[in-house]
Design a protein around this ligand. Structure first.
Ligand code: HEC
Ligand code: HEC
Ligand code: HEC
Ligand code: HEC
Ligand code: HEC
Ligand code: HEC
Ligand code: HEC
Ligand code: HEC
Length: 450
């Protein structure tokens, strides 16, 4: 009851503030229709902010974007994000001026006004875990290592992270344009703050529509190992977005979004926006049950609470029975993919036991087959199921797993035979899902017997 009363009071407050704001904006726009970009820029040309005045000549692109932003409308200045003391880590003296600036303004500057968003982001996998994924944890300072380890869902890999071996193989000239472009979303800054808000909020408009659109996520969530963008495009939600999204209320005030604003969800609605009973979050792990990107998926530490938060988003548009059934089916496919991946591990085990694998990663075809089974196809099948992309679950997922399991068998047997060892004794119906279950059970019995 108390809660409902509070909600009502809050709602009244919002309503009254809204009316005042509408009143004010009617007064301002009494003599003009909606402001055109040219007019906004002309407002800016009245500015007596020295940074704006001079930068209008030197970097007009930046000033125009800034002029269209809510920051400009709310008197947030260039200096608020850029000007720092000389001693500030990363500060450089401004060309031909006495003062010092941060050329790449960091989340520490945003934090003065957006504390909650910065905190949530900093303790999410978009922060240090994303950086560690390619750089390894050895490069972290002591403080950052402690911070990284305190992220509950941060480090799912037992025994640390050595899957950045591709990073070392390719070398910095290549990875600068590859791994780092995507994973630096979580790179530490000289002032010890973490990451880069402009990965999703393009400077200098910091526009909500841009951040909310799925194209923003597709900068990184794309391709054979994490095709969330492709999956979304073939899902009913993505079809609704592509065909009707131009009518949606992209600039709606955060925290108040309803199905009238968004009749179908985008990536941001399911993973971040305040929608239904779930509050806005910059921790994109907050609504996830599984570690789906892992080779063998385990539940997350806060799986039960996270699941409720995601289901509360679905519940705005789908019935409880529909959601419960969907989650039961989703859990079941995760188990099946896990079983195929365990089968691939068991198939490679005799090579490991007999020292028949080279020490160098990714130096022979078998390494690629074994890796792609889980890293490309297993992940893709799971993502496709959870985000409604049947082609990704089937033809870019399960089918490719079957194909690569049969190739792996040939590659393993060839090595065993070359070493005068028995070939793998796989069930007759290999590579069916039943054969995976049977083989796993058989191996477990043998281990028990030993
Ligand atoms: C008298 C002109 C002038 C004034 C005043 C001025 N700037 Fe600049 N600013 C420039 C020029 C010129 C550059 C260099 C642009 C280039 O490299 O092409 C620059 C560069 C910068 C850079 C990039 C620095 C780098 O190392 O990449 C930042 C950030 C910046 N200005 C912010 C500000 C802020 C904040 C203010 C106000 C406190 C300000 N500027 C005032 C002319 C000015
Ligand atoms: C809300 C904070 C914010 C405000 C306000 C802001 N900036 Fe920035 N600016 C940033 C961030 C963040 C970056 C770094 C972008 C990146 O990482 O690529 C940046 C980058 C820059 C750069 C370097 C970009 C490049 O591509 O070389 C310049 C120059 C600059 N800003 C000037 C300005 C000027 C001039 C203003 C005012 C007209 C201004 N900024 C207002 C946050 C801000
Ligand atoms: C000096 C305070 C201040 C700083 C520093 C600041 N902001 Fe803001 N920001 C604001 C205000 C005020 C608003 C408008 C709030 C509102 O509409 O509720 C805003 C709005 C926003 C919005 C929503 C835009 C919209 O259309 O409603 C985003 C996104 C944003 N800021 C990102 C950033 C990022 C990223 C940084 C750091 C690079 C930053 N801000 C730095 C004060 C600040
Ligand atoms: C196109 C952007 C992009 C590029 C390029 C990229 N990654 Fe990733 N990577 C991602 C995304 C997105 C995920 C998250 C997948 C998920 O959770 O579904 C990820 C996940 C990972 C993970 C698993 C998560 C973890 O923390 O263990 C590792 C390891 C990783 N990447 C390493 C690399 C390395 C090494 C490179 C370069 C050789 C690289 N990535 C290149 C976007 C990229
Ligand atoms: C993964 C993409 C992503 C990153 C990274 C990101 N944001 Fe956002 N941000 C969003 C989205 C999407 C929204 C709109 C949420 C909604 O629909 O209400 C948003 C909204 C905001 C808002 C508006 C108020 C709110 O809470 O909705 C602010 C302020 C903001 N972000 C600040 C930041 C700051 C500061 C950082 C860096 C620490 C940051 N964001 C990093 C995607 C991102
Ligand atoms: C600049 C690249 C980049 C952008 C843009 C980006 N992400 Fe990510 N995202 C990553 C990387 C890298 C990871 C994996 C980090 C890890 O697991 O180590 C990730 C992980 C995630 C995860 C899994 C988090 C977890 O706890 O496992 C979700 C969900 C996610 N992103 C959603 C989004 C959404 C939604 C957007 C757009 C609003 C977005 N991302 C934009 C790079 C990006
Ligand atoms: C209808 C809601 C919905 C939409 C839309 C959606 N997702 Fe998801 N996403 C989910 C669900 C549900 C899961 C699996 C949750 C779990 O583990 O319980 C998931 C999983 C993920 C993961 C895997 C995290 C991990 O454990 O490795 C990433 C990354 C991700 N989504 C990013 C995105 C991106 C990017 C988009 C848009 C292109 C998107 N999602 C669109 C609901 C959605
Ligand atoms: C804002 C509303 C909205 C939200 C939130 C939403 N959906 Fe949907 N969903 C739709 C619409 C609209 C369709 C298309 C229905 C149709 O096919 O006619 C749809 C279709 C689906 C379908 C395909 C249904 C079928 O019969 O083929 C699945 C599965 C689904 N949603 C799952 C989810 C899950 C899981 C969540 C939460 C993680 C979710 N949805 C969140 C609106 C929503």
């Amino acid at each position: 009851m108390q809660k409902i009363l509070q909600m009502r009071l809050l709602f009244m407050g919002i309503l009254i503030t809204g009316l005042i704001l509408i009143g004010a904006s009617v007064a301002v726009t009494a003599f003009s229709e909606e402001e055109t970009p040219e007019e906004a820029i002309s407002d800016l040309s009245q500015s007596d902010d020295e940074c704006v005045v001079c930068h209008q000549d030197h970097t007009p692109g930046i000033v125009n974007q800034y002029g269209a932003s809510d920051h400009f409308a709310n008197n947030v200045s260039c200096a608020d994000c850029h000007e720092v003391e000389e001693a500030y880590p990363g500060a450089t003296q401004h060309p031909e001026q006495e003062f010092f600036v941060l050329a790449r303004s960091s989340p520490a500057k945003c934090e003065t006004c957006h504390r909650q968003q910065v905190q949530e982001f900093t303790f999410s996998r978009h922060a240090l875990p994303a950086y560690v994924a390619y750089a390894g944890s050895d490069v972290l300072s002591e403080d950052h290592l402690a911070q990284y380890e305190s992220i509950p869902e941060g480090g799912f890999l037992p025994g640390g992270r050595d899957r950045n071996s591709l990073h070392a193989l390719e070398g910095p000239d290549v990875t600068h344009f590859a791994c780092e472009t995507c994973h630096n979303v979580g790179k530490p800054n000289p002032d010890n703050s973490i990451g880069d808000c402009t990965a999703c909020h393009l400077r200098h408009e910091f526009n909500l529509e841009q951040a909310r659109k799925p194209e923003t996520c597709n900068a990184c969530h794309i391709g054979p190992d994490h095709p969330q963008w492709e999956i979304y495009q073939e899902s009913p939600h993505g079809i609704a977005y592509a065909t009707l999204g131009h009518n949606w209320n992209w600039e709606a005030q955060p925290g108040t979004l309803t199905t009238e604003d968004f009749p179908a969800p985008t990536c941001a609605i399911c993973h971040m926006s305040g929608f239904g009973l779930s509050a806005t979050t910059h921790d994109v792990g907050d609504r996830l049950t599984w570690f789906l990107a892992a080779s063998i998926s385990q539940p997350r530490p806060n799986a039960a609470e996270n699941r409720i938060r995601m289901q509360n988003v679905c519940r705005t548009c789908h019935s409880s029975d529909f959601i419960a059934q969907f989650y039961t089916d989703g859990d079941a496919i995760v188990q099946s993919i896990n079983e195929w991946v365990i089968l691939s591990d068991l198939m490679v085990q005799p090579l490991k036991d007999n020292g028949l694998l080279t020490a160098q990663p990714f130096d022979e075809p078998l390494d690629y087959t074994y890796f792609e089974i889980w890293h490309h196809w297993g992940r893709t099948a799971k993502f496709g199921a959870w985000m409604q992309g049947p082609d990704y679950t089937q033809w870019h997922g399960a089918y490719e797993i079957l194909h690569d399991l049969s190739e792996l068998r040939e590659q393993v047997d060839a090595k065993l035979e070359a070493a005068d060892l028995e070939p793998l004794d796989l069930p007759d119906d290999f590579p069916s899902i039943e054969s995976a279950r049977e083989y796993i059970a058989r191996q477990a019995e043998e281990t028990d017997a030993e």
